[in-house]
Design a protein around this ligand. Structure first.
Ligand SMILES: Cc1cc2nc3c(=O)[nH]c(=O)nc-3n(C[C@H](O)[C@H](O)[C@H](O)COP(=O)(O)O)c2cc1C
Length: 257
């Protein structure tokens, strides 16, 4: 009988174990990949619905998402575009493609993004009386990385319905409190634009005193996470400003998009 303590046997067993383990791990990775992609897609849709206040307990996300119209906007002209296929367009990837994005000057780059995509994928909620809500993808640098989310506006293109973040690198308990439902609830009903059309909205340091001047434009900063709060403030100022969605929102409001 062969000696179980022989070096040859030990190496053979270790090698076999390595091969079996690597086959199991790579099979799991290949088999689970489509599931991971599907889950990411579902989470993306869930966030869009949540920002628009359309998530309903017990209802399938895909069914609820069926009520949402997805369209491509040319950010330069502020008009809907059919040059790009909405279903396959990846806005996050487009920002890295020189053909699909433009470099931002230091003065323009409020949200520290370096580049801005030429086309945005927006989501429209239509009701019996026409357009009810518009959901806009937004992004901007926080403390540790780029934060990605959505901002939903009422049909007046000014009042906030809600916001949500689906990807960021902020610290749990600090910057990651941007996901806290209590904080997000503070945004509901806030206004973006002042009467002259400029972005008046701001995330302040500290708390907004109810009824104080301009309170309708202000949201409390996150305590202990001022740097992330500033990132969110800059993100809103960039995306709702003239290099973001303001041209489109004005056209959409006037029925000219
Ligand atoms: C490990 C570590 C992680 C931190 N993460 C965040 C963060 O995600 N967002 C943030 O704004 N501040 C974060 N901070 C705190 C910032 O350095 C800074 O102190 C804070 O933003 C200031 O906010 P305050 O003026 O409300 O205290 C972190 C600090 C440490 C030590």
């Amino acid at each position: 009988m062969a000696n179980n303590d022989s070096i040859k046997k030990t190496i053979t067993v270790a090698l076999l174990l390595c091969i079996v383990c690597s086959v199991v791990v790579s099979t799991a990775s290949v088999v689970l990949k489509p599931l991971q992609i599907a889950n990411k897609e579902l989470d993306f849709k869930r966030n869009i619905l949540a920002a628009a206040g359309l998530l309903e307990e017990g209802k399938r996300v895909d069914d609820l998402f069926g009520a949402i119209e997805t369209k491509i906007v040319d950010l330069e002209t502020g008009q809907f575009s059919s040059d790009i296929d909405a279903a396959s367009y990846d806005q996050r990837a487009a920002v890295k493609d020189p053909k699909l994005s433009d470099a931002l000057s230091a003065e323009e780059d409020l949200a520290s993004l370096s580049r801005r995509e030429k086309f945005a994928k927006v989501y429209l909620v239509n009701g019996d009386s026409g357009l009810e809500k518009v959901i806009l993808p937004i992004s901007g640098y926080g403390l540790w990385g780029t934060m990605y989310g959505f901002l939903a506006l009422e049909a007046d293109m000014n009042t906030v319905v809600g916001l949500g973040f689906y990807d960021h690198k902020e610290t749990p308990g600090l910057g990651a409190e941007i996901e806290n439902p209590k904080w997000k609830a503070l945004w509901e009903g806030k206004e973006i634009y002042s009467s002259d059309g400029s972005v008046a909205f701001t995330v302040i340091k500290g708390s907004v005193a109810p009824g104080s001047a301009g309170a309708q434009y202000k949201v409390d900063g996150l305590s202990g996470a001022t740097l992330t709060s500033v990132g969110v403030d800059h993100m809103i100022k960039f995306w709702l400003g003239e290099n973001g969605y303001s041209v489109f929102l004005n056209k959409l409001k006037a029925g000219e998009a």
